[in-house]
Design a protein around this ligand. Structure first.
Ligand SMILES: Cc1cc2nc3c(=O)[nH]c(=O)nc-3n(C[C@H](O)[C@H](O)[C@H](O)COP(=O)(O)OP(=O)(O)OC[C@H]3O[C@@H](n4cnc5c(N)ncnc54)[C@H](O)[C@@H]3O)c2cc1C
Length: 300
């Protein structure tokens, strides 16, 4: 049996071959994953990790694909989705969630339970695992602020529990995180007034609708904030608002976003990213750093 057959045999309907990634990423475009699986239990993770390790097959983990662009040529090897690991438990002042739970749902349940500390993360369209890995944040709150611990399995299949002190969290980074799968996380929150928390959540959600081009597929801010500035300001002042390549354009509503407004290919988006970066560099001498992650092969 080759490795694909082994995975099909083990995962049954939770193993898909040649799965188009446009269906699993918020850009709504992207080439196929050679093998796409949904591990859920530790045993299933151990199985897939061992297979990848012993047969030297590349393995990636995908949350909600809200920060990833996959090239048209697709991704070789195994792509594991956490989507089916989505349990959330509110226990006193802690919210525990599996990696594939929607971060926004965790925020909602925390607010409703009168627990403060993550209300401003409302509306970030990623999973809990992706939020920890990226240290997602907004409106002055970051995932790491209220993160108490997270459970991982390393590439050798060994489970461990890490606390936030084990990793150096900074702006959209978890430095020193060993190569691993984040399986679940616990957030330690403060008691608060649930009406105020829900109002704060509501405010953030409205502000997102007002400022972000949520009517089009995107993956949020394309570039990180340069020190002391905003990528969107530089892009705007370089006159790039509305710049198009094929079906992709720099959003007119928020210049920090590239939107897929008309069946964009991944290469349309990537070319537009490259043009924006080059023009901002030319005009301001600032090297914009990608916040979004590129996976797989892109056509030249
Ligand atoms: C409209 C819109 C608005 C956005 N607004 C914000 C914002 O305000 N603030 C912000 O920070 N981001 C924002 N984002 C970006 C994105 O939502 C975040 O980066 C989010 O944390 C990514 O989570 P994900 O589950 O989609 O991760 P993915 O995009 O699926 O993956 C991102 C990275 O995390 C890794 N990863 C995912 N899950 C795991 C896991 N379980 N274990 C190990 N590694 C894992 C992946 O391998 C990949 O390297 C926005 C995106 C969109 C589309």
């Amino acid at each position: 049996m080759d490795y694909k057959q082994e995975l099909q045999h083990f995962f049954g309907e939770n193993c898909l071959l040649c799965e188009p990634m446009g269906a699993h990423t918020t850009y709504r475009t992207g080439g196929p994953a050679e093998v796409y699986v949904y591990p859920q239990t530790n045993e299933e993770w151990e199985f897939v990790l061992k297979l990848a390790r012993t047969q030297n097959i590349p393995l990636r983990v995908l949350g909600f694909g809200s920060n990833i662009l996959v090239g048209s040529r697709g991704i070789g090897g195994i792509t594991c989705s956490t989507r089916k690991m989505n349990r959330i438990l509110v226990e006193q002042d802690t919210v525990k969630a599996q990696a594939g739970a929607p971060l926004d749902k965790v925020c909602e349940l925390a607010c409703k339970a009168g627990l403060a500390g993550m209300e401003k993360l409302s509306g970030i369209p990623g999973s809990v695992g992706g939020a920890v890995f990226m240290n997602a944040g907004a409106y002055g709150q970051e995932t790491a602020d209220c993160l108490e611990y997270f459970n991982i399995i390393d590439l050798e299949g060994r489970p461990a529990t890490l606390t936030k002190e084990d990793v150096k969290f900074s702006y959209r980074k978890a430095e020193g995180l060993p190569p691993c799968i984040i399986l679940s996380a616990g957030f330690a929150l403060e008691p608060g007034d649930f009406t105020q928390l829900l109002a704060a959540r509501n405010h953030v959600q409205h502000s997102r609708v007002e400022k972000q081009p949520l009517e089009f597929p995107s993956a949020g801010s394309v570039f990180k904030r340069p020190v002391g500035d905003y990528a969107s300001r530089l892009i705007d002042e370089a006159g790039l608002r509305g710049l198009r390549v094929g079906g992709a354009k720099v959003s007119e509503k928020h210049a920090g976003f590239i939107v897929n407004f008309n069946h964009a290919t991944p290469e349309d988006i990537k070319n537009l990213m490259d043009q924006v970066r080059a023009k901002v560099k030319e005009k301001f001498g600032v090297e914009l750093e990608l916040e979004q992650i590129l996976w797989g092969g892109f056509e030249a």
